[in-house]
Each structure stands twice: as C-alpha cells, then as structure tokens.
Write a new protein. Structure first.
Length: 366
C-alpha cells in the first residue's frame, strides 16, 4: 500500500503541491514554519479524514480561502491505483471520494491508506488519557477486523441512548432493558475483537521492545473496561444505581485501556522522556509489523521532525526497522543532511528528497 501521487490545495500554507513520492523513503526538509508538518498532515487527512494537530477543520484551510483539497493515488495490492480524495469547506461540508465516487465517511478512506504517525503527540501515548491508548489498539482492530467499525458505531449509539435514559428522574426498566441487551452483545463482540488483536500484537511487541528500549520488566496488558472476573451483564445491573447517580455508563468497552508497566509501575510514571519515546516507537513499529503479518499489506509511516525527537543512535534504530519492514515512509526534519545520514548505510534504498520553502514543495536532487 503506497501513496504514489499527492496533490494538496489550500491546506495551511500549502497553496498548490503536486508530488510523486517514492514507494520507499521520502525525506522532507525545510526551515521552521516552511510547511513540512502540513505535508504529513495532508497525508493523514487523506488517510483518516482528520488532522493529527487539530480537531477543527477551519484552521487547516489556507487563510482567505474557503476550502482545502487533498487528493492522492494509492497503489493497492493488485498493482492498480485507486484515487482517493478529501475536500472540506469553511462551512463545515466534507466530501470524501474513492475512485471518483462520493463515499459517506472518512472511514471509507481509512481502509485504503493505513497510516501510522510518529510525532511529538504520539510520544504522549503512555502518559495521555486511556482514550489515546484505546485509539491505538483500535487502529489495528479496525484494519484487521471488518466487523469492528459497525459494532463500534452501534455501541456509541447505544451508550448515547442508555446515558440519556439514565439522566431521567425515573427509569423505566422496560425502556432500559433492550439497550442493555444490545450493549452487552456489542460490548462482548468488541472485547473479543480487541483481545484477539492484542494477543497478536503482544507477541511481536515483546520481541521488539527489548531491542528498542533495552529495558527489562516491560509488561503490556489489555484492560477490557470492566472487572475481568465478572460478566458484563452482571456489572451493568450491579452498577445501575451509581450509573444513574453520575448520569453515564461507567464500565464497558468505552473504558478499555492498554496498561504498560515496568516492574509493576506505570511506564509513564517511571521512565525518562527519552525512554518513553523509545517505548512508543517500539509500540508503533510492532503495530505495523502485526498489521503486515495479518493482512499481508503495509502501512505508511509519517514521522514528524525525527531529529528533534530521537538522538542519532535511536534514529538509526528506528530507520533500521522502517527499512526492514519495507514500508513507505515520510520523514520530516529541518536539515537535509541530518535526515539523509540515517539512510546512507542502506544502499538498497534511495530516498527521495523534497524541499519545502514558504509552502512550496519541490523534489530536490539526491
Ligand atoms: N490556515 C493557514 N493559512 C496559512 N498559513 C498557515 C495556516 N495555518 C498555519 N499556517 C502557517 O503554515 C506554516 C507551516 O506550518 P508547519 O507546521 O507545516 O511548518 P513546519 O515546516 O513543520 O515547521 P517546524 O519546523 O517549525 O515544525 C507556518 O508558517 C504557519 O504559520
Ligand atoms: Mg513541523
């Protein structure tokens, strides 16, 4: 799975970009504020319909314009190219297209372009809220289990209804019962999907973690969102009174988390910032490896400002893994030579270089 054409119009300071990325390594350099992260943001928008920097779409639209467009061609397994695109207007309208036809949601794009992001935000995976780690687990589940997304959407709807009933002064048990029944079914289904992905993920992660972090005692466990010794139906009925008091459903797959500990202590509370970054890299690389192992496809890696995040030795380690995986990568940094240095000992790979200057992106000589 590679992006072999990228067209960007009116996104941030990028007025009109049209590049043909390499299926292997793309190094994007330019001074601060030139537009490097915006190029990665464009790829992420194409992949997920949203930015990794902002939940709002208005700041993404170039000043004094009323929409942005990102369009790309994705080379799929059978060797054909699938055009995909996204356009968003300042009025909030969003259009998603695959193969020239409108599709209802960004999730329809996501299946074509599985993207992994490594940036300063990603490094908050360990100390961020459970939601961040849930999204991390669900990336893999979404891409390997087609039943996951419909079940996930249905559960959001179900929780919304249940929570609104909980906020009524008097609860009619007959009204609540069908929602609880559906919630139990969906929750167990989601849990099974997650558990299976986690099991496969865990195996790969264990191998990788050692090499990346040189840490002993790293333990990864999946918390499903309710007591592991009780069934979910029991938990729901036992906590009804409390759920009602606080006005929402406390337990369930929407509270799932990934617990990462070192010798029994939370990684976020004991590791240095640098060690946390390495651990996150191991998590991200492991995820791409498992994805490939299960689906036979490869994800695209977007690595923002690599030299600012990792020292030379660890950059080399990350690059080694990216090279071994043979995935398409887009890496940004201020200095061309620093970016290039990590790839010089890999004669089988000739990176493509792109220079970004005041929002213009041009291919630069190797
Ligand atoms: N909506 C917008 N319209 C026009 N320009 C914008 C908009 N939003 C942000 N910018 C500008 O776009 C530029 C590109 O920002 P970007 O974060 O991509 O730069 P960068 O090359 O990654 O910089 P750094 O090296 O500092 O990370 C910045 O100068 C920013 O001020
Ligand atoms: Mg940047």
């Amino acid at each position: 799975m590679t992006l072999n054409r990228l067209f960007i119009q009116n996104l941030r300071n990028l007025e009109g970009v049209d590049i043909t990325p390499s299926a292997q390594v793309n190094l994007i350099f330019g001074e601060n504020g030139s537009g490097k992260t915006s190029v990665l943001e464009a790829v992420n928008l194409l992949a997920l319909g949203r930015s990794f920097r902002s939940h709002k779409h208005k700041p993404l639209i170039r000043h004094h314009q009323n929409s942005f467009t990102v369009f790309g061609k994705v080379r799929v397994e059978d060797g054909s190219d699938v055009p995909i695109g996204i356009n968003r207007t300042s009025e909030g309208l969003a259009n998603f297209k695959v193969n020239g036809s409108m599709v209802p949601s960004a999730a329809d794009l996501a299946a074509y372009l599985p993207v992994q992001v490594i940036n300063s935000e990603t490094f908050l995976l360990l100390e961020g809220s459970p939601q961040v780690r849930r999204q991390f687990i669900d990336w893999l589940v979404f891409h390997v289990e087609h039943g996951f997304f419909p079940a996930w959407k249905a559960i959001q709807r179900c929780l919304k209804h249940r929570n609104s009933l909980l906020r009524h002064d008097r609860i009619d048990p007959f009204e609540l019962a069908p929602w609880d029944k559906e919630l139990v079914l969906l929750t167990e289904q989601i849990h099974e999907f997650r558990l299976e992905s986690f099991r496969q993920f865990h195996e790969v992660f264990d191998e990788l973690c050692k090499e990346f972090t040189k840490l002993d005692g790293v333990k990864l466990s999946y918390y499903r969102g309710w007591d592991k010794d009780k069934n979910y139906a029991e938990v729901l009925s036992a906590s009804l009174e409390r759920d009602q008091r606080i006005g929402y459903t406390q337990s369930g797959s929407h509270r799932a988390d990934l617990r990462i500990t070192i010798n029994g202590q939370y990684a976020a509370e004991t590791l240095s910032r640098g060690q946390q970054k390495l651990l996150v890299c191991a998590l991200k690389i492991a995820q791409g490896c498992v994805f490939s192992r299960i689906t036979g496809r490869k994800s695209v890696y977007l690595v923002d400002d690599l030299p600012a995040e990792l020292d030379e030795k660890h950059r080399a380690l990350l690059v080694k893994w990216l090279a071994t995986m043979g995935t398409q990568v887009f890496i940004t940094g201020v200095d061309r030579d620093v970016l290039l240095a990590s790839w010089l000992d890999k004669p089988e790979i000739t990176p493509k270089l792109f220079h970004v200057e005041h929002g213009r992106v041009v291919e630069a000589p190797y």
